[in-house]
Design a protein around this ligand. Sequence first.
Ligand code: NAD
Length: 431
Amino acid sequence: MKILIIGTGYVGATTAMVFAEIGWQVTGLDIDAGKIQRLRQGRLHFHEPGLEDLIAKHVKNSRLQFTTDKETAIKEHDVIFLCVGTPSLPDGSADLRYIGQAAKDIGRSMKGYKLIVTKSTVPVGTQEQIKKWIAAAQQDAIPFDVASNPEFLREGKAVEDALRPDRIVIGTDSQRATEQLQRLYSSFVCPWIITKPRTAELIKYASNSFLATKISYMNELAKLCDELEVNVKEISEGMGLDPRIGSSFLQAGLGYGGSCFPKDVSELVMTSRKHHVNLRILEGVIEVNRTQYTYLLDKVRLRLGGFAGKNITVLGLAFKPDTDDIREAPAIRIIDQLLLEQANVQLFDPIAALPGHASYRAVKVCSSAEEALRGSEAIILCTEWPEFGQLDWKKAKRLLGQPNFFDGRNMLDAKRMRGIGYYYQGIGSDH
Ligand code: NAD
């Protein structure tokens, strides 16, 4: 079987690498010629630890190819994975225009049987819609099957997650599709869930929404911790040791961001509304997350007596460490608000870059943390990059205008920071 991956972003590039790594012949297709050009040279257009080396290895041994020629690619491949983006529309529901376009391209160009597998996160019922799009675009009625195979990888840990998944979920009504996918993934040792298409689609949304719920729950609890003078980090530790709860996603902070949680929780709420079911918990999760960053900003504003004309350092831009993804990153909202209130913003992130909008021209983008700290009257830590934990904060103090530290990720130790002379505030972690 020859595999075609449509969309070579975070998920598509990783999926292409995985299938090449386990021995299949793979082609990655994208409408973005710049991305394809880089990938052909074994270079990645985003930051993901370990991925570039593996892509380069398989480009070199010719197991992995990249193209922008959709017609030829669709004709020549048996199994097609859809890995295109499904961003949010303004109302919060998923925008299926890229999925629709890819499905129509497949319908138009296919000359023989194809299995089309959706890895993109798509609303419940999309598989039925994909079938209709493909069939409507076909000139002759050529048989094909569709399957849903949601992806659960985490950015920053994509290689590890994709090579050693904790489950494989397949949603299809076709026995032939199930057998083909079992063959494709035969070298993986993990639990399988083979189910109806709608179930597979909902498993993905239910999983991400649950993880987002854990985060918003801890973020609300952190505010109570501040009132009760209790450290939320100890609460997380005490809770996380219970295997029924688990320790992941229990860290209070500035709220969840990235390309998945915000859009997936919104889409699930939209789906539930369409079906006249009120997912009140998730409405609350979204509301807590929407305003979470303001909780820390209020503390900074109070300490400085306003932002106008103040030099403020933002450490970290990416929505989490080990990625350059800034989609829905809380740091962006913080920077927007600081600029609105006329602060002088000094930013450092080891990898991530600000969008090219004119509105960000006022931000001083620094090439080291030390440069960003010079003359600073308040530091806001937005991403827990390990190097911020390793920085010599005692020495760094000499660079500052005022030693005010606001820890949006509860990364540093409050007692230690206060011991070396900082005014330190976190999110429920000061006590
Ligand atoms: P992305 O934006 O990084 O990549 C999407 C790619 O698809 C882009 O390179 C774009 O140019 C390409 N594309 C769009 N339309 C195309 C077309 N018609 N033909 C060929 N290429 C086309 O997106 P991503 O982060 O990789 O996410 C892809 C999907 O996977 C989304 O549905 C997302 O929710 C889901 N997902 C993402 C992650 C993650 O961590 N990023 C994890 C699990 C699932």
